[in-house]
Design a protein around this ligand. Structure first.
Ligand SMILES: [Zn+2]
Length: 244
C-alpha cells in the first residue's frame, strides 16, 4: 500500500486505511460509483496527513492496498497515483479542523438534486439532518484541479456537513470516516426521496423544525451513527464473503 517512501504504518493507521477501504465499498453499495470514480479520505486525527483512495480504483473494488497517504500541505510531494481532486481534500481539511473524513462522489440523486434550485427539505429523517445546511457550489461544474477552486469549494461548504457541486456531484464531510460515510449515504437518500415527493401532484409535507431538532439529537447522535456504520461495514463484509 501507500508510498514506497512512507514509514511503516502504525496499527492505528492500518485500522484507518482498512476503514477507508470499507467506506469505499459501502459507497459503491449506495450507488456512488461512476467512471470518474470519486474519492473517500480520512485524516489521521490531530495530524496533517490523510489516507485516500487512489485515482483509478473504483469504490466497488477498493482494498487497503488501494489507499494512499497524502499531506494536507498542497506543496508536499505527491504520490503519482493520487487522484487529481486531492486538492479538494487538502483545502477542506485545511479549512475545517473539525473534519476528519471527506467523501466526494457523483452519486446520481445528489447530482440531479444539486442541478436544481430546490432547497433540501426534511421529507425523511435523512433530509431532517441536511435541511438548511447544503449549500451549492456554482463557480464551475468542472473537476476540481486547482487549489484556488478547491479553496472556493471549502468556502462554500463553510461549516455545513455537505455541499452540492452543481452539475458535478457532492462533497460530504464528517468528524470521522464513520460520520462522513453515513452522511454520504443519507444525502443520496434524502435527495432521492425528495425528488420522488416533488414528482407527486398535490405537493407534500416535510418535518416541522421541532421534529428536525429532535431527529438531529436522537437519530444522528454519535451512538446512532456508529450503529449505522457498523451495519454498512457488515454489509460490505457479507458481500465479500459471498464473492470469495
Ligand atoms: Zn468530481
Amino acid at each position: 500500500m501507500i508510498s514506497e517512501t512512507a514509514a511503516p504504518l502504525t496499527s492505528a493507521q492500518r485500522n484507518l486505511v482498512e476503514q477507508v477501504s470499507v467506506a469505499a465499498r459501502s459507497l459503491s453499495d449506495g450507488g456512488h460509483d461512476d467512471f470518474n470514480q470519486g474519492q473517500v479520505s480520512a485524516r489521521q486525527p490531530g495530524s496533517d496527513i490523510f489516507f485516500i483512495k487512489n485515482a483509478t480504483t473504483g469504490f466497488d473494488e477498493c482494498t487497503p492496498s488501494d489507499i494512499l497517504v497524502a499531506s494536507v500541505d498542497p506543496h508536499a510531494e505527491k504520490h503519482p497515483q493520487l487522484p487529481p481532486e486531492v486538492v479538494l481534500h487538502q483545502a477542506v481539511y485545511a479549512a475545517r479542523p473539525d473534519v476528519n473524513a471527506i467523501v466526494h462522489s457523483h452519486a446520481p440523486y445528489t447530482l440531479v438534486f444539486g442541478a436544481t434550485d430546490l432547497p433540501l427539505r426534511a421529507v425523511s429523517h435523512d433530509g431532517a439532518f441536511f435541511q438548511g445546511r447544503t449549500p451549492r457550489f456554482t463557480m464551475t461544474s468542472n473537476t476540481i484541479l486547482t487549489l484556488d477552486v478547491a479553496t472556493a469549494v471549502a468556502s462554500a461548504i463553510d461549516d455545513s456537513p455537505a455541499a452540492f457541486l452543481r452539475n458535478h456531484g457532492g462533497v460530504i464531510v464528517g468528524k470521522s470516516i464513520r460520520h462522513a460515510t453515513v452522511y454520504a449515504h443519507m444525502l443520496e437518500r434524502a435527495c432521492q426521496l425528495q425528488l420522488m415527493a416533488e414528482a407527486v401532484s398535490g405537493g407534500y409535507h416535510s418535518s416541522e423544525d421541532e421534529d428536525i431538532d429532535a431527529k438531529r439529537e436522537f437519530n444522528f447522535a454519535d451512538l446512532s451513527v456508529r450503529s449505522y456504520w457498523e451495519h454498512l461495514a457488515r454489509r460490505v463484509k457479507a458481500r465479500q464473503l459471498t464473492l470469495n
